[in-house]
Design a protein around this ligand. Structure first.
Ligand SMILES: Cc1cc2nc3c(=O)[nH]c(=O)nc-3n(C[C@H](O)[C@H](O)[C@H](O)COP(=O)(O)O)c2cc1C
Ligand code: SF4
Ligand code: FES
Length: 664
């Protein structure tokens, strides 16, 4: 996979000649290289045009006009989606999700996302000069924060010395622009540049800096006014042109941040506490705000078992969607025989409609690294792999910078902070495909094969990566761990009725789409009306898609049910896409099922053939009993969660909106 990635990056695609060269270089059969390259959707085996334009037609983007954008592009380029212009200038494609659903509809031009695009914007988008791809504007200093490397004392003392060097002192008054994938898609970099220029021109006593986003995608580009001893105030959207107006309002003490406060008030932000405030490219900023302190204390205490016990007491359960008890995995790996043991961070996040793991990585990468260190320490792992989605470029950049900084400060590598604990960490990248996020498919991929799930047992904690004991955890699951270890498992369990907090990605027809952190047990009503501000179209909300293509279609009748795992409304991974009453639920169901059908790895017949058959059954008059019977077969006879959950959207759509399917 790394060889394929490197080649595609330099040559733009994987030619037959390139595949032969890779096979020769790696000394593996050509058939093996071909098998892997042809499996992953992001690898291109046909030469694309010099520019690539991709229009998102996932459920959130469709709801906000994604199909109209496809039509506008087709008209402007004179080709149908899926084709390249005759002169080889432009390839036009549809995509399932750009994972920036909160600024839908999204178009990607030359690997840079543009959000909130209207059909009238297409001509200027297509005629704009080629862009250099994703634009990182946060700082990225790798050099150690202090002059003296701490060489003695306990791990906690050494970390305290580092944090002291980072400066416990005030950071001064700051104007912070939230810069993440979603906000970059709507011009956060331009707002930052305009703000820096205008602050300098006016000689204001503020530093204009970049941080990750605070989840208020609806207000992006957002500017936070942060002064010592005062609550931060968030304003937005602030376009580059609106910067002078913002600064005038600041000078006149007339800032209006009421909408931001309404959005934040119902939230309980634990994992997100530093997102939007800390500079993700600056380890000194993270250290000042307490990063790595829980880990250093755990190393000083020297008891991995205690870390496991706190996580057990917290009731932390897997946020990758299956809600399996995290402590059980860690204890299992610790007890298993075999070395080295691995910790694998599942940052694949390939489920359309959810973008919270990216948000965490972009906003606070040091939290994830600290969490990974704690997990490895607890489970007895000495090797770590961060497996990041192939197109989550900003996440990968920020995690890579944070990793290099952590290494430079002795927080990753050999004998960390002078202890006996060592962890080698590497970053691997995916290349698309929903099933790749399934944990055993992910292991296959790391081992250099097609992403096809393994039968279980054996479970990964006994025989995982390269047959060795392996813990696999989702980014969000891990991100809770530093706070749990610092504040105690009982404290986390006191939130959300023993279940803690959960991130949700809000999109679709909402006034305030974004990323939020709520106590589990909250309701869709709260998420949609109180946090999300209600319908963006003035039309009533007709349904919510909860949990993406593995989730279900929820009727407003169930909007007051608490969102709890295995409850009447399962939060799944936390994707909530709202649809107003002008939107076809049948079209949404078909989009989700078509996605599952394309993404089936083909290993088992009920999933491969069954989902395709189910799709054709949705196209004509619907035989409700037939759909249910086939769905049951797919659910019980599929090997992995993709097939097992694929019919949920269809079954819930049929049950809750029978009139749309013409069944009674
Ligand atoms: C089709 C499919 C896709 C999945 N995609 C992801 C994913 O993108 N990220 C993730 O963390 N878990 C994903 N999972 C769940 C993983 O298999 C696994 O349960 C999870 O990574 C374990 O971590 P956790 O216990 O911290 O949730 C997926 C599962 C299935 C069946
Ligand atoms: S259920 Fe589907 S995706 Fe999962 S292993 Fe079987 S064919 Fe592959
Ligand atoms: S970005 Fe379009 S559906 Fe997610």
């Amino acid at each position: 996979m790394p060889a394929l990635h490197a080649t595609q990056r330099t040559e733009g695609w994987l030619s037959p000649d390139a595949l032969e060269r890779i096979a020769a270089h790696l000394r593996v059969p050509k058939s093996e290289v071909w098998a892997v390259a042809s499996h992953y959707p992001e690898f291109r085996l046909a030469q694309p045009g010099r520019r690539i334009v991709r229009v998102c037609t996932g459920v959130s983007c469709r709801a906000r006009g994604g199909r109209d954008l496809v039509a506008a592009c087709e008209r402007a380029l004179g080709i149908a989606a899926g084709l390249t212009t005759a002169d080889g200038a432009v390839t036009l494609e549809e995509m399932d999700c750009a994972f920036a659903c909160s600024v839908a509809p999204v178009v990607e031009v030359d690997h840079a996302y543009r959000g909130r695009v209207a059909p009238g914007d297409i001509d200027s988008l297509l005629s704009a000069p080629a862009h250099a791809g994703h634009r990182e504007v946060a700082s990225a200093t790798i050099a150690p924060v202090g002059s003296r490397a701490p060489v003695s004392g306990s791990p906690a003392q050494r970390l305290a010395a580092l944090a002291g060097d980072a400066g416990a002192r005030s950071t001064g008054a700051r104007l912070i622009v939230g810069v993440g994938a979603c906000s970059l898609a709507v011009g956060a970099d331009q707002t930052l540049a305009a703000l820096r220029a205008e602050v300098a021109r006016r000689g204001l006593p503020f530093a204009a800096v970049a941080a990750g986003c605070n989840g208020m995608c609806w207000a992006a580009p957002a500017v936070t006014v942060a002064r010592d001893g005062q609550s931060p105030r968030v304003m937005g959207p602030v376009t580059a042109a609106a910067v002078p107006r913002l600064l005038d309002a600041l000078a006149a003490n007339a800032l209006d941040d009421a909408a931001g406060r309404e959005f934040m008030a119902p939230q309980h932000r634990v994992l997100l506490e530093r997102c939007g405030l800390t500079d993700p490219g600056d380890i000194a900023d993270a250290l000042r705000r307490g990063a790595y302190a829980a880990f250093a204390q755990a190393l000083t205490d020297g008891s991995p078992e205690r870390v496991i016990e706190e996580v057990r007491a917290a009731g932390l359960a897997g946020r990758g969607g299956a809600y399996f008890q995290t402590a059980v995995k860690w204890a299992g790996c610790r007890a298993a025989r075999g070395t080295p043991k691995f910790i694998v961070v599942n940052a694949e996040e390939g489920e359309p409609g959810i973008f919270k793991d990216r948000h965490l990585m972009e906003g606070d990468p040091h939290r994830l690294l600290e969490a990974m260190l704690l997990a490895a320490f607890a489970a007895g792992a000495s090797r770590g792999i961060l497996y990041i989605h192939g197109e989550a470029e900003l996440s990968a950049q920020r995690v890579a910078t944070a990793l290099a900084q952590a290494r430079a400060h002795g927080l990753v590598g050999d004998r960390i902070l002078g202890s006996d604990f060592s962890l080698e960490v590497e970053i691997r990248r995916g290349a698309g495909g929903f099933v790749l996020g399934e944990e055993t498919a992910l292991l296959e991929s790391i081992e250099g094969r097609r992403a096809m799930p393994r039968p279980r047992p054996p479970f990964p904690v006994e025989a995982g990566l390269f047959g060795k004991p392996t813990v696999i955890n989702n980014v969000e699951t891990l991100a809770a761990v530093p706070s749990i270890v610092a504040r105690g498992g009982a404290w986390f369990a006191s939130l959300g009725g023993g279940r803690g907090t959960k991130l949700f990605g809000l999109s679709g027809h909402l006034k305030r789409p974004g990323v939020v952190e709520m106590e589990l047990g909250c309701t869709l009503r709260t998420l949609i009306d109180t946090v999300g501000g209600g319908s963006s179209t003035g039309r009533p909300i007709r349904a919510a898609v909860v949990g993406g293509p593995s989730g279900s279609i929820v009727h407003p009748r169930q909007f007051d049910e608490p969102l709890i795992p295995r409850g009447p409304v399962n939060p799944g991974t936390g994707g909530v896409v709202t649809l107003d009453d002008q939107t076809s639920v049948r079209d949404a169901v078909r989009t989700l099922l078509a996605f599952n059908t394309r993404e089936s790895c083909g290993k088992c017949t009920p999933c491969r053939e069954g989902t395709a058959r189910l799709l054709t059954m949705l196209d004509g008059p619907v035989d409700g009993a037939g759909v249910k019977a086939l769905s049951e077969v797919i659910q019980v006879a599929s090997l992995c969660g993709l097939g097992q959950a694929a019919p949920f959207a269809v079954l819930s759509g049929l049950a809750e909106f029978p009139d749309e399917f013409g069944v009674s």
